[in-house]
Design a protein around this ligand. Sequence first.
Ligand code: GDP
Length: 424
Amino acid sequence: MSNCAIVGVNWGDEGKGRMVDLLTEDYDIVIRYQGGGNAGHTIVNKYGKFALHLLPSGIFRDGVVNILGNGVALDPENLMNEIDTVAESGVFVTPDKLMISDRASVLLPWHRELDGLEEARLADKKYGSTKQGIAPFYSDKYQKKTILAGELLYPEHLREHLLGILEWKNLTLKNVYGAEEWTWERLEAWLSEYGERIKPYIKDTGAYLRRAQSEGKRVLFEAQLASLRDLDYGIYPYTTSSNTLAAYAPVGCSCPSLKVDEIIGVIKAYSTCVGEGPFTCEWFGEEAEKLREAGSEYGAKTGRPRRVGPLDIVATRYGVQVQAATCVVITKLDVLSYMDKIPVCTHYKLNGEVIDYFPFPSVLPDAEPVIEYMDGWGCDISGVRRWEDLPRAAQEYVLYIEREVGCRVGYVSVGPERESIIIR
Ligand code: GDP
């Protein structure tokens, strides 16, 4: 049976959550393999509207097992708040529905604090962090200065390990930032409030997945953020601190023998970007405001207005290539219905030369967009459910994207609801 990854092709917020929510029907297990509480998937279904940050999107489907793999930034505080929030809408997250890999590293309370302190120190050179502690967390993970979730199940060992980390972390808090030190008592209180609550979910998910694999169960890998925010292949240093690419899924899911057979890359019909960093196609002023309003482009986590602009073919082609997508989805096509002409960035101009490749991050700020226009379709398409019912100009736009990015468009999304989708 085939496994599938749903990944972002652009800067994030492409609508991955709605695709996972739609496709979980066909899968037994949904796994988050990277990232943490710093970005959000928005999902609209019969239970209501939700901004999920850590919970896999399969949490709304009965019979689906959801897993937080070893690659995620496991933030017990965020996770418990989310579990409480979905429970208010009648979605109850029990240990048979959610499993946390015992090998997931834990985001400790000082990571969030350090994120804020560092952004404040950087002042006008800040990275635009959501201040959820992700960068300090991943740097501590790779320095081996945090704990694995499974250690919460061994209290005596845990205390000794954490006392050592606490002593080391206080050196940074005090000497680098002049901040208040953490005491063991304060950390113990945090552990008993949040650590205790996540304990029932912690399992050897690797063993579970190997069994599931031998039984032919189907797995859906859910990514957070997208190609251009990948730590190694994105617009460094304006990336996230983990690998968002599908190629990382087997490593971060807690079962490296799982294969990713299909990679669905999600492309938004126009460009948006949250936070800092070069964004070649950026619009400002009235036309930006109009697009932002039409697409409700405000951050799921922070409520920040997103930067917006036309579809960037150069960046999108690169995004599809690094994801090794086998199929793509175009989302939010309905949002462009108000435009008479649809603008597209077909190339970049760099140092007087017209290029079609995505440049190295250091020179990306020098790139200028080359814009061409396609015909608009001038009508509401949000009720369309079949490809043949899409207006000709909308079909042309989709086919143009397919040709330019070199990957088959398998789905076109025309609204946030589960059923607002055209399957091609
Ligand atoms: P994710 O992190 O990639 O899941 O992206 P977001 O959570 O930011 O999702 C994008 C937003 O667009 C959410 O509010 C979705 O409900 C909404 N959305 C997704 N697909 C469509 C679509 O085809 N049309 C419209 N109008 N909204 C959509």
